[in-house]
Design a protein around this ligand. Sequence first.
Ligand code: AHR
Length: 660
Amino acid sequence: MTNYKTLFFVFALFIGWTVNAQVNEMFIDIQKPGAVIQPTMYGLFFEDINYAADGGLYAELVKNRSFEFPQNLMGWQTFGKVTLLDDGPFDRNPHYIRLSDPGHPHKRTGIENEGYFGIGVKKGESYRFSVWARLPEGTDASRLRIELVKPNSNNEIHAFATQTLTIDSKEWKKYQLFLKPEITEAKSTLRIFLDSPHPVDLEHVSLFPTDTWQGHENGLRKDLAQALADIHPGAFRFPGGCIVEGTDLDTRYNWKNTIGLVENRPLNENRWNYTFPHRLYSDYYQSYGLGFYEFFLLSEEIGAEPLPVLSCGLACQFQNDKPEAHVPVQELNPYIQDALDLIEFANGDIHSTWGAIRAEMGHPAPFNLKLIAIGNEQWGPEYPEHLEPFVKAIRKAHPEIRIIGSSGPDSEGKQFEYLWPEMKRLKVDLVDEHFYRPETWFLSQGARYDNYDRKGPAVFAGEYACHGKGKKWNHFYTSLLEAAFMTGLERNADIVQIATYAPLFAHVEGWQWRPDMIWFDNLSSVRTVSYYVQQLFSHNKGSNVLPLTMNQKPVTGAEGQNGLFASAAWEKKDNTIIVKVVNTSDKTQSVSLNFSGLKKKESLSAGRVIQLHSTDLDKDNTLEQPSAIVPQESAVTINGNVFKAELEPYTLAIYTFKLN
Ligand code: AHR
């Protein structure tokens, strides 16, 4: 034993680690780079669950801005003389309100919006208030007072941003002004009241931070969009999830309702409003302000391939098995047309019907759509029956588009066994697999894809996360197991072409599903350990797989492999060798990376290691402690072609070496 090793063992004993004396000898052959790791490999899954869109990524701060919730004044308090009317300027959102003189100079008429768990605003920033308004009676002008208010410590209402707005037209017109809060407040209220005796009609009341992601007016919350961009995702799946299917066909996600003038996008319910009775959010709706145009734009801006998922004409099979929840196959044409039209909306030239709409919305250049998924978690013979006509029509009109089919809601079992051969029969390009599974599953699936049929469709691991048994919330250990499992995705990059952790976002006060990748409140957000796992894999992806073995076998956490998982890759752009090793055991593991296949004048140098490690397996980052567990990077030294490391228990380590 070298002096260094003796010292290490003494140190390890001192701090209470157990050390596995056996050296885990891994061999990496860099001579023949193998399968291409697709640029799409590590992507993102977006669904409006946990207030991910309205109340989250979509930066609108006013809830029920068009008065179209089934209870039209939900989210609003009214005082004085307020009337609800329904012959407004936007035919798909016809409701609006009238503020009238309460009949005494000291009395007031107005409305207050509670936002999403309050309205979060920051001192010194600017907020764009806008409203459609008109004067319903013969007068030249009327005045409104617009305020952000909060209860102060004495429980008096304190207005901390105030502006006056003059309404000067009998015709509907859009007005806007900017509010600059004097304080930072997570739970303020937007108050609008009549400041002169003449009545005013109001529709589509909106408040956005001016500083949105990329400065778009109908924009996204900057910190949340930035977190997505910082992953460098290869693909962006939208809009879900179950939300695609709807509890019934009428409430399915219909992309055509989500484009065009924001004011006229019709409201839809959000199924996560009522899916779990113990987490009932009766005010959760989809405004569609964040719609398909915005999804395509965001994909482009974060450098990800857009991956839309469309309804196949089957409503959510978990929630609705009534005959009317299935479109008869012979009546599927409108649904198929929706898919064809979507391809035209994304890629068609500006003279095509849908390409012209895209251009009018501000994007004449195509979005370069290459992937489309039909159906989410469908099952039974009805799914392939429904999918087949879509495949035929899309292949005929757009042979360039790759089609994704589903293997159902489970990672194995009856439906999965039935659907995979069906997807092969239909010759889809990729099959979407979903697995929200416990620790034991993730530990046992390191070799999941090693023996998949290489002649059939590729795999899109479209929704996955490790759900701790009895601990269904974010914590370090489950994220570590996701990393372990992901080495198996990477080793099989010839067949696994896209993988997206799910779900993406959750509001701390409005979640329905845990764990999630990014948590937020009204003012700030936190990147979980699972986020960092995704980011580290994405940033250190490599362009080609390299063979890595231990005792001539891949390192998959199998019996005798000491809880180790590993993969290796070569990045051609900067000639780097990347080795990912995950130690899921409770022991320090001695690891030796033996590189072979170097040409005569080649050598390895400039070693770095990035590690993600925690001694507390139940811990994660929180809004209060956002950097509790973050990647740590340092230099390492390689001696010739062999690198030796002592890998602490429960650690993801990514080693990179420059190939000179
Ligand atoms: O990610 C949450 C949900 O899990 C998705 O909507 C659905 O596809 C899956 O069951």
